[in-house]
Design a protein. Structure first.
Length: 137
């Protein structure tokens, strides 16, 4: 029998991992919303440049964080298979972790940004595991 993306399947993540991934996605959406409304304050908190260009780019990044996190949350709460969402969520979180860590290394952001990179890396691993378990079957 061929399975379609619309079939309801059991959740391949244990409840704790799913809650953790949902929590990281919700925190990412919330921090993205903060970047939209208060980019200067957040940039200063990261010891980063607080100029018009940085604020504009931070707002744009915040919008993408809200949208991609909302997509991930919706996919996690859906009973339907959505492996492609998990794949791209994992890739996005891995890229974010690498870029954030590199920016800390280069002195663009303070070390206060490292927990964010760690949370993104963890979310990337959890989403990749979910993608791997859901893409086959």
């Amino acid at each position: 029998m061929i399975q379609t993306p619309h079939q309801v399947l059991e959740d391949p993540l244990d409840p704790h991992s799913k809650r953790l991934l949902l929590g990281i996605a919700a925190a990412t959406a919330a921090s993205g919303a903060l970047q939209i409304v208060a980019p200067g304050r957040l940039l200063r908190g990261l010891s980063a440049n607080d100029d018009a260009t940085s604020r504009a780019l931070f707002r744009m990044l915040g919008m993408f964080m809200v949208v991609t996190s909302g997509t991930l949350i919706q996919a996690l709460l859906s009973p339907m298979r959505q492996p492609i969402v998990m794949f791209w969520a994992s890739a996005t979180k891995l890229g974010a972790a690498a870029i954030m860590a590199n920016n800390v290394r280069r002195g663009v952001f303070s070390k206060r940004a490292l927990p964010v990179a760690g949370a993104d890396l963890l979310a990337s691993v959890l989403a990749a595991l979910r993608w791997n378990r859901r893409r086959g079957a």
